[in-house]
Design a protein around this ligand. Structure first.
Ligand SMILES: C[S@@+](CC[C@H](N)C(=O)[O-])C[C@H]1O[C@@H](n2cnc3c(N)ncnc32)[C@H](O)[C@@H]1O
Length: 275
């Protein structure tokens, strides 16, 4: 059994992992994920409270969000690999997410990066396979970039990670990445300030974040376009409906919540292509 420390940023990896397990049970046609179940069973973590919350109608929507987000980002990775089959596939703030394996085409290379203590647990539960490496770094320490081989292209993705970063830190990170990895792409999920405020009661609480004002959230992709002249393009799609439309597969309450997330919380998947 592997232990995850409580009340840390690292603990936030539990919610998406558990959400994927719950979705796999409740919506097997949309999100079959036996691996999420296996990983949860290997952790020394009391899931009782999270389980109760996620089994409620509202909680279940949270599970749908994290499972759909993984689907969206995996879609983007597979799309990038069509043109660059041997690319580096880099999971930033990977937690215990196995997207690389879900996208592996047999020739690309996977890099899973998270804080060293998370990587210690990952090495036990999800040891790196062939053409895969787990790397323990704080993403704000740019030395992680030296580990990546971008010679056949690189696609970076971050799932539920930048909410824990100050806006300035995300801007600096992207500017450095654009210089270091020309022609690479990064995809990630975002929401607006209203969404971030709502998360202070759940996700961000564990990480000790209560005042979200300095933390990363965006209303419109144009805010990112203005960051750097090394960005070739910035595109955005709806998080819940932009990659496949699950609207007709869910109950009426969840339909309403999908509309709320699109219009008022601006939950989006953003893709930045570097020049
Ligand atoms: C909400 S979890 C998401 C985990 C995973 N991406 C998923 O979707 O299952 C956020 C993850 O980001 C990692 N993280 C946050 N800040 C980080 C940083 N500065 N450097 C490396 N990892 C970080 C946390 O340790 C945690 O694993």
């Amino acid at each position: 059994m592997y232990h995850i420390k409580k009340n840390t940023v690292q603990e936030t990896l539990i919610i998406p992992l558990f959400g994927r397990k719950v979705c796999s049970e409740h919506f097997p046609d949309l999100f079959e994920d036996p691996e999420a179940e296996r990983i949860c069973s290997m952790l020394d973590y009391d899931f009782t409270e999270k389980g109760k919350k996620m089994e409620s109608a509202v909680g279940l929507f949270g599970a749908l969000e994290v499972a759909q987000r993984q689907y969206d980002l995996a879609w983007e990775v597979k799309d990038y690999l069509k043109e660059h089959p041997g690319a580096a596939v880099v999971n930033l703030g990977c937690g215990l997410d196995d997207t690389f394996r879900k996208c592996d085409n047999g020739v690309c290379k996977g890099y899973n990066i998270d804080m060293p203590d998370v990587i210690e647990v990952r090495n036990e539960i999800l040891p790196a396979g062939e053409r895969e490496i787990n790397l323990g770094y704080d993403l704000n320490d740019e030395r992680w970039m030296d580990e990546i081989d971008p010679s056949n292209g690189a696609v970076f993705f971050a799932s539920g990670v930048f909410y824990y970063f100050k806006t300035d830190a995300v801007r600096e990170l992207f500017q450095k990445m654009a210089k270091r990895f020309p022609s690479a792409t990064i995809v990630f999920d975002t929401c607006n300030k209203r969404g971030a405020k709502m998360m202070t009661k759940t996700w961000l609480k564990e990480a000790g974040i209560s005042d979200v004002n300095a933390f990363f959230s965006i209303e419109d992709k144009a805010e990112i376009e203005a960051w750097c002249s090394d960005f070739a393009s910035v595109t955005a799609r709806s998080y819940m409906r932009g990659y496949r439309d699950i609207y007709n597969e869910v109950r009426i309450l969840h339909k309403m919540m999908i509309r709320f997330c699109d219009s008022l919380v601006k939950m989006q998947i953003i893709k930045v292509a570097f020049r």
